[in-house]
Write a protein that binds this ligand. Structure first.
Ligand code: ATP
Length: 537
């Protein structure tokens, strides 16, 4: 750990009076003493608000801290709103690195002597420069001719700097957690750990490329979202080559309106795209800040989004999705008892949780939300409130759900910026209800059975043998030896055999693509199996 860097960080914190963010009465004696000893580092910005001081301090400390502040700005569950708003203004104003160096890095990564071997018109002047990577434009030679591309290159030596700053950040987080109980409430160690993972993932452009390919495949032919093509054969850990897109930045509402864009449809499509990613694909773009979203110039009456920078994505499993969908539906029906019961039934909170108490806590934080008209209610804030309450009742909220909640806040912000009257609930409700409908009911059971048919088709031939072996073993038990097989056991063998035969037929029908017959025989086989099993019981 660099002592000089540690001193610089400490100095910045004190010069911006960040120690004062923690109320005096909560500070332990040794922290107060240390503050007095370092008398030559006064708070030089006492006239500014706490949020502004935090923002300026992070800006002074450089890109790793700026990105951290940006991430914190979305954690409305942890920070007071005024501080979160200040942090949202953080911009990573980093100088671009030299274009010749970028060219050399590309040549080295792609093992070519001259960039002209693959690309034409490589522009040494970057198109954009951010804290971790820089983007250059070029034209790529392909079988179909020259293609406009951008090449994203990771900054040289950035990894070393990031690792050093992250380790200091971890020390500070531990200090804060150990210092006072209020510090622990902010869960600094977990927050920094999560940030570490996100930041290190962003250093691997192969991962970003793979995410973009998956997202592009999920939205192949979609009218709502376009993801540029990734040229994976020219992509490495520190270099990513992809199709160049030309679109209107989504924050440029003026141009969008001038173009005659259907703003209502555009806003609704944003919500639809998000819910499709979450509920249909279980794979969502989780870095939806306005700089990563564009709108195609084509068909403004049928507007299409273009998404870039797939470095951070979230995935949800079936339980997470159920949690979300059922809770949203119960919440919007103001059925807090159902919300509480869902948490207990599914084991999200301990089984001995008092449902009435939990219901009351949820009601207390959620009911005031309904003071607003339905169209103005924020899904993101509903989740923030729900997670905070659930945490108090010992629910471990999964990082994937927190990532989703943050993305939802972005999506909502974006939608309302495009079309202030956007009714999120009206757009999302059919999605959620349809999804829940698909998960329960006879059709869902049949679908699940149908999906499992190949497995059963493979296992069925072994079943008669297994039944025979099991009965044989039972027969060898002392009482069975004396009595021989009972009438019930014989019946169950026969039923088992019949069911196995039917299951084999079902498997064969499936292979022969006679899906209706396959499904029917599978259902009958299952019913006979249940009846055989009950007889043996
Ligand atoms: N395929 C593309 N076509 C055209 N421009 C692009 C493309 N990809 C990136 N850019 C430009 O480069 C900028 C930075 O790209 P990107 O967001 O991928 O980088 P980043 O380093 O992850 O930045 P940040 O983390 O700040 O979002 C974009 O805002 C956009 O202007």
């Amino acid at each position: 750990m660099s002592i000089a860097r540690l001193y610089q960080i400490g100095k910045t914190f004190l010069n911006y009076g960040l120690d004062e963010l923690l109320p005096q009465q909560l500070q332990p004696w040794y922290a107060k003493l240390l503050r007095k000893v370092l008398f030559w580092l006064p708070n030089k910005h006492a006239d500014k608000s706490a949020g502004a001081r935090l923002r300026l301090a992070l800006q002074t400390l450089g890109p790793v801290w700026v990105k951290f502040g940006q991430m914190l700005s979305t954690r409305r569950d942890l920070l007071p709103p005024d501080i979160a708003i200040e942090l949202a203004e953080l911009q990573d104003n980093v100088k671009p690195f030299c274009g010749t160096d970028a060219q050399k890095l590309i040549e080295k990564a792609l093992e070519i002597d001259d960039i002209a071997a693959l690309f034409e018109q490589f522009d040494q002047q970057p198109l954009a420069s951010a804290s971790i990577a820089q983007v250059h434009s070029a034209k790529l030679h392909t079988e179909d001719g020259l293609k406009d591309v951008v090449i994203k290159v990771i900054r040289p030596d950035i990894e070393k700097q990031i690792l050093a700053d992250l380790s200091l950040m971890e020390q500070f987080a531990k200090l804060l957690a150990g210092l006072v109980s209020e510090g622990r409430r902010l869960r600094p160690v977990e927050v920094v750990r999560e940030y570490r993972k996100t930041l290190l993932d962003e250093l691997d452009l192969m991962r970003e490329g793979a995410n973009a390919i998956q997202l592009r495949r999920n939205f192949e032919g979609s009218e709502a979202l376009y993801i540029p093509e990734v040229y994976s054969e020219y992509s490495r850990q520190n270099v990513l080559v992809m199709e160049r897109i030309y679109g209107i930045p989504v924050s440029d509402t003026e141009t969008l309106i001038e173009q005659g864009t259907d703003m209502k449809l555009l806003a609704e499509r944003g919500v639809e795209v998000f819910f499709t990613q979450v509920f249909r694909d279980s794979f969502f773009h989780a870095d939806m800040h306005p700089g990563n979203i564009f709108v195609s110039y084509e068909t403004p009456h049928n507007p299409k989004y273009i998404g870039i920078d797939c470095g951070i994505v979230g995935t949800l499993n079936r339980e997470d999705k159920r949690y979300l969908a059922e809770n949203f539906i119960a919440f919007f029906n103001r059925d807090y008892r159902q919300v509480a019961q869902l948490h207990v039934d599914s084991g999200w909170v301990p089984a001995d949780t008092c449902v009435e108490e939990f219901e009351f806590a949820i009601r207390t934080v959620c009911e005031p939300i309904f003071n607003k008209p339905l169209a103005e209610i924020s899904f993101g804030h509903v989740l923030v409130n729900l997670f905070n309450t659930a945490r108090r009742f010992n629910m471990e909220v999964q990082p994937q759900l927190v990532l989703l909640q943050k993305t939802l806040l972005y999506v909502e912000g974006l939608g309302r910026q495009l079309y202030p009257q956007l009714d999120l609930w009206k757009t999302a409700k059919p999605f959620l209800e349809h999804w829940v409908q698909e998960q329960v009911g006879p059709l869902a059971v049949a679908k699940k059975m149908y999906q499992n048919l190949p497995f059963w088709a493979e296992k069925m031939p072994e079943l008669p043998d297994l039944i025979y072996q099991s009965l044989k073993r039972q027969n060898q038990r002392p009482q069975a030896v004396s009595n021989g097989l009972s009438k019930q056991t014989v019946q169950s063998i026969l039923l088992g055999m019949a069911a196995s035969a039917l299951a084999i037929i079902s498997g064969l029908c499936f292979i022969a693509e006679l899906h209706g017959a396959s499904l029917f025989s599978a259902i009958v086989a299952l019913l006979i199996f249940i009846s055989a099993w009950r007889k043996t019981g």
